[in-house]
Design a protein around this ligand. Structure first.
Ligand SMILES: Cc1ncc(COP(=O)(O)O)c(C=O)c1O
Length: 440
């Protein structure tokens, strides 16, 4: 069946047609979703994985490919929202996990791997003098912010509109489920506004938490000047600066703080650093982190049954020390920069108000021609257009996030990237008039 691409078709009609094709092609995913919805609200246990009319159920993965329940093959450009950096079947990770499994798990004591993994992370990320593990990025941020409040004896936390630090630290709009920290909000990349607010809050502000590039917020990099201004202003008032590098630590050998030469007081980590297993970590200044030293009479408690779970320790250590070397990080991110340039060149050639923002191996598609400094600049992309482009890329065997996020993984080859550029260009060409009419 050919796509309806004529200039007279409306966005709504094109979307309806694309959705019908999707439903017809995916009966097993539809059936599995209906069954899941009987026992899980919306058939879902992780909101971001839902899209309408139902998400593809994935049955397996290998290298940089995934297959769905109807056995369609996709090149995986979602990369588990950056956590799938190593791909689906890296033999070094598999070997490390199998070796750990054969020695027994849930041992209930410090194990042989955790200190080596901690040492590798401290060596890699310059601002991390000491580190502690937990089980998710969300948990890492909750502990980092709580530690900042404990260390300063202050109450308030400042974050940025459009920032995402976990399911209960979500600032894209009102979120009734957010953790009840007293928050003050500023605009991303707004130096003057953020500095004024930090100064105004003065001795009541415990921490400023920031992603050095907004991830979920649309892969919008912070300017170095903005981050430097946050560092200077927090130093002045005594608030702690927390860099959430849960996603961005993959973008340079020592994370974005490393490449920018900035030293936040605390850094949070997660995603790929667990080697594909559940993971979170927070670390930073020794004098703050040492408050967790249980040998102290006044030690803060840090609990978590699976904090040092042996499978994550094994996979994370193997990944960081044997696969994602500083050189591998540099090369992967160089490839990402090149891909982003090629996608933007395709949009420019077609004179379309479409751009791909990001840095290195993380990027996001937006339908606007104007400058993008913060999420409000891209809010105008109609949902119908976003959904249509997603269906189109899926139909071409390219698996990306519904919201337009695209990430690279290590097993991708040049041919995979070339095919993605071709599919993307073809999609823009076939939807040219719709994009031109409806983009912001
Ligand atoms: C910047 C950032 N911080 C924190 C989190 C939360 O991590 P997790 O999903 O492991 O709780 C995410 C997840 O996407 C993230 O992108």
């Amino acid at each position: 069946m050919s796509l309806a691409t004529g200039t007279n078709i409306t966005l709504e009609a094109a979307l309806r047609e694309a959705e019908e094709r999707f439903v017809a092609a995916n009966p097993a995913s539809q059936r599995l979703h209906a069954r899941a919805a009987e026992v899980m609200p919306g058939g879902n246990t992780r909101t971001v994985l839902f899209y309408g009319p139902f998400p593809l159920t994935l049955s397996r993965g290998e290298g940089c490919r995934v297959w769905d329940a109807d056995d369609h093959e996709y090149t995986d450009f979602l990369v588990e929202y950056t956590a799938g950096l190593y791909g689906h079947s890296n033999p070094i990770i598999q070997g490390a996990v199998e070796a750990a499994l054969s020695e027994g798990i849930v041992l209930g004591g410090p194990n042989l791997l955790e200190a080596s993994f901690a040492a590798a992370l401290c060596e890699r990320f310059p601002a991390v003098e000491r580190i502690r593990f937990c089980n998710s990025g969300t948990e890492a941020n909750l502990f980092a912010l709580s530690a900042a409040r404990g260390a300063t004896g202050r109450e308030k936390v400042m974050a940025f509109r459009g920032g995402y630090h976990g399911g209960v630290l979500y600032f894209a709009g009102p979120n009734p489920l957010n953790a009840p920290f007293p928050m003050v909000m500023a605009d991303y990349n707004d130096i003057e506004g953020a500095v004024a607010l930090i100064e105004q809050e003065g001795a009541s502000l415990a921490a400023v938490i920031v992603e050095p590039m907004l991830g979920s917020g649309g892969c919008i990099p912070a300017t170095p000047e903005f981050l430097q201004a946050l560092r200077a202003a927090t130093e002045k008032t005594g608030a702690l600066l927390v860099f959430d590098e849960v996603m961005t630590s993959r973008l340079a050998p020592g994370g974005l703080h490393g490449v920018l030469g900035l030293t936040p007081d605390l850094v949070t980590l997660g995603k790929y650093l667990g080697g594909g297993l559940t993971f979170g970590a927070f670390g930073g200044r020794a004098d703050i982190m040492d408050r967790f030293d249980p040998r102290r009479a006044d030690a803060w408690s840090h609990a978590g049954t699976f904090n040092n779970n042996i499978l994550t320790m094994a996979a994370g250590l193997a990944g960081l020390t044997q696969i994602y070397s500083p050189k591998a990080a540099t090369l992967l991110n160089r490839r990402g920069d090149k891909l982003r340039q090629r996608l933007n060149a395709a949009a420019e050639r077609l004179n379309l108000p479409v751009q791909v923002t990001g840095q290195g191996s993380m990027m996001c598609l937006h339908a606007t021609a104007g400058p993008i400094r913060r999420p409000a600049d891209v809010a105008a992309m109609p949902k119908a257009l976003r959904d249509l482009l997603h269906f189109d890329l899926l139909a071409k065997g390219q698996y990306i996030a519904r919201r337009g996020m695209i990430n690279l993984s290590l097993p991708m080859e040049d041919a995979d990237i070339d095919r993605f550029v071709a599919a993307f260009t073809d999609m823009l060409e076939s939807r040219k008039s719709l994009i031109a009419q409806s983009a912001g």
